[in-house]
Design a protein around this ligand. Structure first.
Ligand code: ADP
Ligand code: AMP
Length: 215
Protein backbone atom coordinates (compact mmCIF):
# COMPACT_ATOMS: atom_id res chain seq x y z
CA UNK A 1 0.00 0.00 0.00
CA UNK A 2 1.43 3.36 -1.08
CA UNK A 3 -0.57 6.48 -0.29
CA UNK A 4 -0.15 10.23 -0.55
CA UNK A 5 -1.57 12.57 2.10
CA UNK A 6 -2.17 15.88 0.38
CA UNK A 7 -3.25 19.16 1.92
CA UNK A 8 -1.93 22.59 2.89
CA UNK A 9 0.42 23.13 5.83
CA UNK A 10 -1.43 22.31 9.06
CA UNK A 11 -4.09 20.20 7.34
CA UNK A 12 -3.27 17.25 9.61
CA UNK A 13 -1.07 15.11 7.34
CA UNK A 14 1.59 14.44 9.97
CA UNK A 15 -1.02 13.77 12.65
CA UNK A 16 -2.77 11.16 10.52
CA UNK A 17 0.52 9.66 9.29
CA UNK A 18 1.64 9.20 12.91
CA UNK A 19 -1.52 7.16 13.57
CA UNK A 20 -1.12 5.05 10.44
CA UNK A 21 2.46 4.26 11.46
CA UNK A 22 1.36 3.23 14.96
CA UNK A 23 -1.73 1.30 13.87
CA UNK A 24 -0.65 -0.29 10.58
CA UNK A 25 3.13 -0.41 10.67
CA UNK A 26 3.35 1.75 7.58
CA UNK A 27 6.36 4.04 7.10
CA UNK A 28 5.92 7.81 6.92
CA UNK A 29 8.13 9.55 4.38
CA UNK A 30 7.91 13.25 5.23
CA UNK A 31 10.21 15.39 3.10
CA UNK A 32 9.79 18.20 5.66
CA UNK A 33 11.11 15.92 8.45
CA UNK A 34 13.97 14.71 6.24
CA UNK A 35 14.95 18.26 5.32
CA UNK A 36 14.80 19.38 8.97
CA UNK A 37 17.10 16.46 9.86
CA UNK A 38 19.50 17.53 7.09
CA UNK A 39 19.46 21.12 8.37
CA UNK A 40 20.14 19.93 11.95
CA UNK A 41 23.00 17.71 10.74
CA UNK A 42 24.48 20.53 8.65
CA UNK A 43 24.75 18.37 5.51
CA UNK A 44 25.20 20.05 2.09
CA UNK A 45 21.49 19.45 1.40
CA UNK A 46 20.61 20.99 4.75
CA UNK A 47 22.73 24.04 4.07
CA UNK A 48 20.95 24.58 0.74
CA UNK A 49 17.49 24.00 2.21
CA UNK A 50 17.72 26.06 5.41
CA UNK A 51 17.03 29.58 4.12
CA UNK A 52 14.41 28.37 1.63
CA UNK A 53 12.51 26.59 4.42
CA UNK A 54 12.77 29.57 6.75
CA UNK A 55 11.17 31.69 4.03
CA UNK A 56 8.35 29.15 3.54
CA UNK A 57 9.31 28.56 -0.09
CA UNK A 58 9.84 25.22 -1.80
CA UNK A 59 13.17 23.39 -1.85
CA UNK A 60 14.26 22.22 -5.32
CA UNK A 61 12.49 19.27 -6.93
CA UNK A 62 15.84 17.50 -7.49
CA UNK A 63 16.73 17.60 -3.80
CA UNK A 64 13.42 16.32 -2.47
CA UNK A 65 12.93 13.62 -5.11
CA UNK A 66 16.54 12.53 -4.51
CA UNK A 67 15.98 12.04 -0.80
CA UNK A 68 12.68 10.22 -1.38
CA UNK A 69 14.46 7.81 -3.75
CA UNK A 70 17.17 7.14 -1.15
CA UNK A 71 14.58 6.43 1.55
CA UNK A 72 12.54 4.12 -0.69
CA UNK A 73 15.68 2.10 -1.34
CA UNK A 74 16.03 1.48 2.39
CA UNK A 75 12.57 -0.15 2.66
CA UNK A 76 11.59 -3.73 1.95
CA UNK A 77 9.19 -4.12 -0.97
CA UNK A 78 6.22 -5.07 1.22
CA UNK A 79 6.43 -2.03 3.53
CA UNK A 80 3.50 0.34 3.08
CA UNK A 81 4.48 3.96 2.54
CA UNK A 82 2.71 7.21 3.42
CA UNK A 83 4.03 10.17 1.43
CA UNK A 84 3.56 13.24 3.63
CA UNK A 85 4.39 16.62 2.12
CA UNK A 86 5.60 15.05 -1.14
CA UNK A 87 4.91 15.48 -4.03
CA UNK A 88 4.39 19.24 -3.92
CA UNK A 89 4.84 20.16 -7.61
CA UNK A 90 4.00 18.61 -10.98
CA UNK A 91 7.69 17.79 -11.49
CA UNK A 92 7.73 15.94 -8.16
CA UNK A 93 4.56 14.04 -9.10
CA UNK A 94 6.30 12.92 -12.32
CA UNK A 95 9.43 11.98 -10.40
CA UNK A 96 7.38 9.96 -7.92
CA UNK A 97 5.81 7.97 -10.77
CA UNK A 98 9.29 7.09 -12.00
CA UNK A 99 10.62 6.28 -8.53
CA UNK A 100 7.66 3.99 -7.78
CA UNK A 101 7.69 2.24 -11.16
CA UNK A 102 11.43 1.50 -10.86
CA UNK A 103 10.70 -0.22 -7.53
CA UNK A 104 7.56 -2.02 -8.76
CA UNK A 105 5.37 -0.05 -6.39
CA UNK A 106 1.98 1.35 -7.32
CA UNK A 107 0.14 4.30 -5.89
CA UNK A 108 -3.08 3.16 -4.22
CA UNK A 109 -4.68 6.32 -2.84
CA UNK A 110 -4.24 10.07 -2.81
CA UNK A 111 -6.11 11.40 0.22
CA UNK A 112 -6.82 15.12 0.16
CA UNK A 113 -7.44 16.78 3.53
CA UNK A 114 -9.72 19.69 2.73
CA UNK A 115 -9.40 22.49 5.28
CA UNK A 116 -10.53 26.01 5.85
CA UNK A 117 -7.45 28.19 5.34
CA UNK A 118 -8.38 30.59 8.13
CA UNK A 119 -8.08 27.77 10.68
CA UNK A 120 -4.60 26.79 9.56
CA UNK A 121 -2.78 29.71 11.15
CA UNK A 122 -4.11 28.71 14.59
CA UNK A 123 -3.25 25.08 13.94
CA UNK A 124 0.29 25.89 12.92
CA UNK A 125 1.11 28.52 15.52
CA UNK A 126 -0.12 26.13 18.28
CA UNK A 127 1.77 23.09 17.00
CA UNK A 128 4.63 21.52 18.98
CA UNK A 129 6.38 18.14 19.03
CA UNK A 130 8.23 16.00 21.55
CA UNK A 131 11.96 16.72 21.24
CA UNK A 132 12.75 13.06 21.95
CA UNK A 133 10.25 10.93 19.99
CA UNK A 134 8.69 13.50 17.63
CA UNK A 135 5.07 12.91 18.74
CA UNK A 136 2.91 15.81 17.55
CA UNK A 137 0.71 18.01 19.75
CA UNK A 138 -1.29 21.22 19.74
CA UNK A 139 -1.69 23.65 22.63
CA UNK A 140 -5.46 23.71 22.19
CA UNK A 141 -6.52 20.80 19.96
CA UNK A 142 -4.17 18.07 21.21
CA UNK A 143 -2.46 18.96 24.50
CA UNK A 144 -0.39 16.37 26.37
CA UNK A 145 -2.44 14.44 28.94
CA UNK A 146 -0.09 15.55 31.73
CA UNK A 147 1.16 19.12 31.25
CA UNK A 148 4.77 19.16 30.07
CA UNK A 149 5.09 15.36 29.67
CA UNK A 150 4.99 13.54 26.32
CA UNK A 151 2.14 10.98 26.24
CA UNK A 152 4.16 8.66 24.02
CA UNK A 153 7.58 8.55 25.70
CA UNK A 154 7.45 10.56 28.93
CA UNK A 155 10.05 13.12 27.80
CA UNK A 156 9.69 16.68 29.08
CA UNK A 157 11.39 18.64 26.29
CA UNK A 158 9.34 19.93 23.37
CA UNK A 159 10.13 21.77 20.13
CA UNK A 160 8.47 24.27 17.87
CA UNK A 161 9.42 24.72 14.23
CA UNK A 162 11.15 27.97 13.26
CA UNK A 163 8.88 28.26 10.21
CA UNK A 164 5.66 27.89 12.23
CA UNK A 165 4.95 31.60 12.44
CA UNK A 166 2.11 33.54 10.84
CA UNK A 167 4.19 35.32 8.17
CA UNK A 168 5.77 32.10 6.90
CA UNK A 169 2.47 30.22 7.06
CA UNK A 170 0.96 32.69 4.60
CA UNK A 171 3.83 32.10 2.16
CA UNK A 172 3.53 28.33 2.59
CA UNK A 173 -0.20 28.48 1.86
CA UNK A 174 0.45 30.58 -1.25
CA UNK A 175 3.01 28.00 -2.40
CA UNK A 176 0.45 25.25 -1.81
CA UNK A 177 -2.22 27.03 -3.83
CA UNK A 178 0.13 27.92 -6.70
CA UNK A 179 2.21 24.74 -7.04
CA UNK A 180 0.71 21.83 -5.10
CA UNK A 181 -3.07 22.12 -5.55
CA UNK A 182 -2.62 21.97 -9.36
CA UNK A 183 -1.28 18.39 -9.13
CA UNK A 184 -4.61 17.07 -7.83
CA UNK A 185 -6.17 16.82 -11.32
CA UNK A 186 -3.32 14.51 -12.39
CA UNK A 187 -4.37 12.02 -9.73
CA UNK A 188 -8.10 12.70 -10.15
CA UNK A 189 -7.79 11.68 -13.79
CA UNK A 190 -6.42 8.34 -12.57
CA UNK A 191 -9.31 7.89 -10.11
CA UNK A 192 -6.98 7.92 -7.10
CA UNK A 193 -8.25 10.91 -5.13
CA UNK A 194 -10.50 10.75 -2.06
CA UNK A 195 -11.42 14.03 -0.38
CA UNK A 196 -11.85 14.19 3.39
CA UNK A 197 -13.09 17.01 5.61
CA UNK A 198 -9.88 17.93 7.43
CA UNK A 199 -11.78 20.30 9.73
CA UNK A 200 -13.44 17.34 11.45
CA UNK A 201 -12.20 15.92 14.73
CA UNK A 202 -8.89 14.02 14.39
CA UNK A 203 -10.56 10.69 15.26
CA UNK A 204 -13.22 11.24 12.62
CA UNK A 205 -10.56 12.02 10.01
CA UNK A 206 -8.67 8.86 11.04
CA UNK A 207 -11.86 6.79 10.66
CA UNK A 208 -12.44 8.13 7.16
CA UNK A 209 -8.87 7.34 6.15
CA UNK A 210 -9.31 3.77 7.46
CA UNK A 211 -12.47 3.41 5.40
CA UNK A 212 -10.64 4.56 2.25
CA UNK A 213 -7.74 2.17 2.85
CA UNK A 214 -10.21 -0.71 3.29
CA UNK A 215 -11.66 -0.16 -0.19
P1 ADP B 1 0.56 18.95 8.58
O1 ADP B 1 1.44 17.74 8.79
O2 ADP B 1 -0.48 18.75 7.51
O3 ADP B 1 1.34 20.22 8.38
P2 ADP B 1 -0.14 18.52 11.39
O4 ADP B 1 -0.59 17.10 11.36
O5 ADP B 1 1.20 18.80 11.99
O6 ADP B 1 -0.26 19.17 9.92
O7 ADP B 1 -1.26 19.37 12.15
C1 ADP B 1 -1.05 20.75 12.47
C2 ADP B 1 -1.53 21.00 13.90
O8 ADP B 1 -2.95 20.88 13.95
C3 ADP B 1 -0.96 20.02 14.92
O9 ADP B 1 -0.61 20.72 16.10
C4 ADP B 1 -2.10 19.03 15.16
O10 ADP B 1 -2.10 18.56 16.50
C5 ADP B 1 -3.34 19.85 14.86
N1 ADP B 1 -4.39 19.08 14.17
C6 ADP B 1 -4.22 18.08 13.26
N2 ADP B 1 -5.41 17.59 12.85
C7 ADP B 1 -6.36 18.31 13.52
C8 ADP B 1 -7.79 18.28 13.54
N3 ADP B 1 -8.49 17.41 12.77
N4 ADP B 1 -8.43 19.16 14.36
C9 ADP B 1 -7.73 20.04 15.13
N5 ADP B 1 -6.38 20.11 15.15
C10 ADP B 1 -5.71 19.26 14.36
P1 AMP C 1 6.52 20.51 5.91
O1 AMP C 1 7.19 19.85 7.08
O2 AMP C 1 5.92 19.52 4.97
O3 AMP C 1 5.56 21.58 6.35
O4 AMP C 1 7.68 21.22 5.08
C1 AMP C 1 8.47 22.26 5.66
C2 AMP C 1 9.25 22.97 4.56
O5 AMP C 1 10.17 22.05 3.95
C3 AMP C 1 8.42 23.52 3.39
O6 AMP C 1 7.88 24.80 3.67
C4 AMP C 1 9.47 23.55 2.27
O7 AMP C 1 10.36 24.64 2.42
C5 AMP C 1 10.27 22.27 2.55
N1 AMP C 1 9.68 21.09 1.87
C6 AMP C 1 9.15 19.98 2.46
N2 AMP C 1 8.74 19.10 1.55
C7 AMP C 1 9.00 19.65 0.33
C8 AMP C 1 8.77 19.25 -1.01
N3 AMP C 1 8.18 18.06 -1.31
N4 AMP C 1 9.17 20.09 -2.01
C9 AMP C 1 9.77 21.26 -1.75
N5 AMP C 1 9.99 21.72 -0.50
C10 AMP C 1 9.61 20.92 0.54
Amino acid sequence: MNIILLGPPGAGKGTQAERLVAERGMVQLSTGDMLRAAVAAGTPTGLKAKTVMEAGELVSDEIVSGIIGEKLDMLSADTGVIFDGYPRTAAQADALDTLLAARRRTLDHVIELVVDEDALVERITGRFTCAKCGAGYHVRFKPTQVAGVCDACGATEFKRRPDDNEATVRTRMAEYRAKTAPILPIYEARGLVSKIDGMADMDVVAGEISAILAR
